[in-house]
Design a protein around this ligand. Sequence first.
Ligand code: SF4
Ligand code: SF4
Length: 169
Amino acid sequence: MTKRQNEDDIVRVDFGFKRLLAETVEGDLANFCYQCGACVGDCPAATYSEEFNPREIMLKVLYGLEDELLGPDSVIWECTNCYACHERCPQQVKPVEIVISLKNMLAARGDAPDVVNRVIHTFETTGRTVPYSPAIDKQRAKFGLPPMGEVPMDEIQALLEPATEGEAT
Ligand code: SF4
Ligand code: SF4
């Protein structure tokens, strides 16, 4: 094996990206992941997708592989945010919160999928992630539920305002 081939085999840790990611996740616990795979067992995305695997995502996070985590082929959006991995992880690494931070990074770069952008727009304009329709209230009535109430848009918009410097987030 040549020296050049050896260099190509080396995976270099990107500490800069790891630090950037750590700033967005409370507790910065990613380094405690010991690759046990417990987060994979109950992960619905891993069950139904050939590409998505939270343990593999955590391995890429450990190495800081920004291009693979946030590249055009990123599988991050397949995560359903169900929090099963959060409950299963023996190290309390909070893999789902790391995945959410990665999604937020992609969205901030304008690289969220169209379907996600549509949900964001619907939420910003109506306070709901799914547009209201009278059929929803009819369905609720069948289950004895009251009609959906008004959404307090002023409160939603206040929450969506970026925090000013020095203000608690
Ligand atoms: S939150 Fe995402 S990564 Fe975690 S178990 Fe659910 S789908 Fe899988
Ligand atoms: S995130 Fe937790 S459950 Fe998943 S591989 Fe790492 S230590 Fe194991």
